[in-house]
Design a protein around this ligand. Structure first.
Ligand code: 3BY
Ligand code: FES
Ligand code: FE
Length: 424
């Protein structure tokens, strides 16, 4: 484990908090961040404390834990977390830390259990976190009820599981209602993961998100993706051409007829949902643009659904097509190391090798992810140089990056307890 978000006894982050607040408050919005925000171990520790331990994070999909006792685990920096489906079907979230001497409880990424049993001394917890059993050696007066697992906040909507390690997480309800509505046509109770990939990118997590928030790099980098993706980010895109706008209007009429939502929705800068067409004549993000799965998702009747794009800062972007969906999760591992998990979803009843070929359906985004990995790793290496200085974002091609950096800055300043005058 190379994460360094834990605070050592001799680390006093107070000067870093003050310096980071000042730098963010003074930073012009149209410039990339100062070097320490991409390189410094102490700023990384602040990111973990102020963003990843306080905001809502995309953790996984409900289809990964379909039945009682199914669990999945993930690590938010140094904080192992477990999500488990309880006896009444509810998804519970806990710190994956035993209340005896702190061992990690569940060591696998996914699994199924009747109870949560610690591998160290077999303390046994109910799926709702209550301690049921600690053996006879803890003494007669040992009070099981005071040693339940520490809960985390969990919300589910549209098949997504969001978590927050904060004591009081920010409001998220409005986004969740809309997410549920936009995903209704996909019947997210009946999807499954067809393929999963995990790659480690040697770059700061913010560089991974910045890279995803623009398509300025697409022409030079992504031949496979550009077989299907329009380079315009959404219908508000300042570069959108008349031909694109005409295509959008035609498709929107089709989608209206199918009662499938497409309108651009924003929830601050944290969330954006919008359905945009793929290239004319293309229906999926596959090498040939044809469906990668012959069984469509949910109640959809047409393959031609464009892409429903869903953004959730700080750690997810998503594409929902007619035949499959691709969901992305970003988890920081260290100042210059980031885990990117990609999951390809299909209808639960689609049959592997019959309705879809796992090796085919993954090709475009495997290629794209690898291309993006190289781009962000080169970005990181240049930023590490003494020659790096913050450079200008394009207002027409990199507005998504500006929005992300604005969001990051606002959340950091608020969570660090500093409300800069210009943000009030
Ligand atoms: O398609 C995506 O998710 C993003 C947006 C633009 C470029 N990039 C590949
Ligand atoms: Fe879990 Fe001892 S640390 S039972
Ligand atoms: Fe890219």
């Amino acid at each position: 484990m190379d994460s360094i978000s834990h605070v050592h006894l001799d680390d006093d982050l107070t000067p870093t908090r003050e310096a980071a607040s000042q730098m963010l408050a003074d930073h012009p919005t149209h410039l990339s961040l100062p070097q320490p925000f991409y390189t410094d171990a102490r700023v990384f520790a602040l990111d973990m404390q102020e963003i990843f331990a306080k905001e809502w994070l995309f953790a996984g999909m409900t289809c990964e834990i379909p039945a009682k006792g199914n669990y999945l685990t993930l690590e938010i920096g140094d904080n192992p977390v477990i999500l488990v489906r309880g006896n009444e079907g509810k998804v519970h979230g806990f710190h994956n830390v035993c209340r005896h001497r702190g061992s990690r409880l569940c060591v696998h990424e996914r699994g199924k259990v009747a109870k949560l049993v610690c591998p160290y001394h077999q303390w046994t917890y109910e799926l709702d976190g209550r301690l049921l059993f600690a053996g006879s050696d803890m003494g007669e007066n040992f009070d099981l009820s005071t040693y339940g697992l520490k809960p985390i906040h969990v919300r589910t909507a549209g098949g997504y599981i969001f978590i927050s390690l904060a004591e009081q997480p920010p409001a998220i309800d409005d986004f969740l209602v809309t997410l549920e509505h936009y995903l209704e046509p996909y019947d997210m109770a009946n999807v499954k993961i067809a393929v999963e990939s995990n790659i480690v990118e040697n770059a700061n997590w913010k560089l991974v998100i910045e890279n995803n928030r623009e398509c300025y790099h697409c022409n030079g980098a992504h031949p496979e993706l550009l077989n299907s993706l329009q380079e315009f980010d959404d219908t508000d895109d300042p570069r959108a051409t008349p031909a694109y706008k005409t295509l959008v209007a035609t498709k929107q009429a089709d989608w209206d007829a199918q009662q499938v939502p497409w309108q651009l929705k924003r929830f601050g800068k944290r969330n954006r949902l919008t359905r945009t067409p793929l290239l004319n004549g293309v229906v999926s993000m596959t090498m040939d643009g044809k469906p990668g799965c012959s069984k469509l998702m949910g109640r959809l009747k047409s393959t031609d659904m464009g892409s429903l794009r869903i953004l959730h800062l700080p750690n997810s972007w998503n594409h929902f097509l007619g035949d499959h969906a691709i969901v992305f999760r970003v988890l920081p591992l260290g100042p210059e190391r980031t885990l990117v998990t990609t999951k390809w979803l299909v209808h639960k009843e689609a049959t592997e090798e019959v309705d879809y070929q796992p090796d085919e359906i993954r090709k475009v985004w495997d290629a794209t992810n690898d291309q993006d990995r190289r781009l962000v790793e080169e970005n990181q290496r240049g930023i590490n140089s003494v020659a790096y200085q913050p450079g200008p974002y394009s207002r027409t091609a990199e507005f998504g990056v500006i929005d992300f950096i604005d969001w990051y800055r606002e959340r950091m300043l608020e969570n660090l307890g500093n409300t800069a005058p210009h943000l009030q």
